[in-house]
Ligand binder design. Structure first.
Ligand SMILES: [Zn+2]
Length: 338
């Protein structure tokens, strides 16, 4: 018997190696980041922001509890003050963007498991709930009146009818992101015109994101609420003054509405290019104590040099526990572990 050309003996060697490597994973802080929990197929919008189903999320939590010391942001602040190498294997669970399913689905599961997760919200989306541009592109692809679209800046027509809904949305989003000639609202109007959707009205969803009462309830029950800026703009694309507005005004809003200081932040998009050393200085100046990127990896220590660029593992596409282990295993060298 074989799977994809591997003999059974070969598969046993591979899985034995993987298990050994997992057992020898280094000490450090492992952050696992989610966006939406639920069924992408039931959504009208971007399917690619769904991390996993409700059932899978519960499995992940059981796995984290078994394999790590699951900590809260407050635990990390205490650890930070000790200024030492992390000796334990710690796990932190985070959520970006503030979608409503975080409250309706994830929060009850977290509560039942006794785990305190952290939720990073863009306060403009809480204050005036609108559909973000990536979700609007998701809706456009689902309702397109044509099979393909020719965008002026793109070399060939983009097929929006072929493949899975995830692949179709990803294909169009890639082209939309790379058009520097128009602002986002113009890009969306262009897509609707070219895909014959000008007269079709998109649902004005006011329930895509959590509201302040829900966030307050979660904060009062031990969940941590942090900033994901005001508008979810990429900070490195803004001037220092604009970045400070994003950082300080979102913090003030959270401080006031949740009646406790917001001390943590997650950078929108979060890759290497989405924030700079200057951004990190501004984050500190605005009064935050920790900031999270979306760069994958293990945080071996927690100190002044890395506390404004903590790494996080992305949870995507209904990852099984086996795939989570694989993802972590890829980030360290078995033979270099202490
Ligand atoms: Zn985000």
């Amino acid at each position: 018997m074989s799977i994809k050309g591997y003999s059974r003996a070969m598969l046993e060697v591979i899985s034995g190696h993987m298990a050994l490597k997992w057992q020898r994973r280094p000490s450090g802080l492992y952050c696992f980041n989610y966006h939406r929990i639920g069924r992408a197929a039931d959504s009208e919008f971007d399917p690619n922001v769904f991390s996993c189903s409700e059932e899978r999320f519960a499995q992940h939590l059981a796995f984290y509890k078994q394999e790590f010391d699951v900590v809260s942001i407050e635990d990390l602040i205490r650890l930070q003050s000790e200024n030492r190498k992390i000796k334990e294997r710690l796990a932190l669970i985070t959520f970006d963007d503030g979608y409503i399913d975080n409250y309706l689905i994830a929060y009850p599961i977290l509560k039942a498991a006794g785990v305190f997760a952290s939720f990073f919200v863009s306060t403009d989306y809480i204050d005036k709930p609108e559909i973000p541009w990536w979700d609007e592109v998701g809706w456009i692809v689902r309702h397109a009146g044509a099979r393909s679209i020719q965008l002026p800046h793109w070399p060939q027509p983009i097929n929006v009818a072929h493949g899975s809904i995830s692949a179709r949305v990803r294909r169009l989003l890639k082209a939309v992101k790379q058009d520097n000639s128009l602002v986002m609202s113009e890009k969306l109007a262009q897509l609707k015109r070219l895909l014959q959707l000008e007269n079709v009205s998109m649902p004005k969803s006011t329930e895509l994101f959590m509201n302040w009462a829900q966030l307050k309830e979660m904060a009062d029950h031990g969940m941590h609420i942090g900033s994901h800026t005001l508008s979810h703009n990429i900070l490195s694309h803004l001037t220092a003054q604009q970045q400070l507005v994003e950082l300080t005004q979102s913090k003030q809003r959270l401080d006031t509405m949740l009646e406790r200081p917001a001390i943590s932040l997650a950078y929108p998009v979060g890759g290497h290019n989405s924030f700079t050393p200057e951004t990190q200085r501004l984050v500190q100046q605005a009064g935050y104590q920790l900031a999270f990127s979306f760069v994958s990896g293990i945080n071996r220590e927690l100190n002044v040099s890395n506390c404004f660029q903590l790494r996080r593992f992305p949870i995507e596409e209904e990852s099984s526990v086996w795939r989570l282990k694989q993802m972590v295993n890829r980030r360290f060298d078995l033979w270099a572990v202490n």
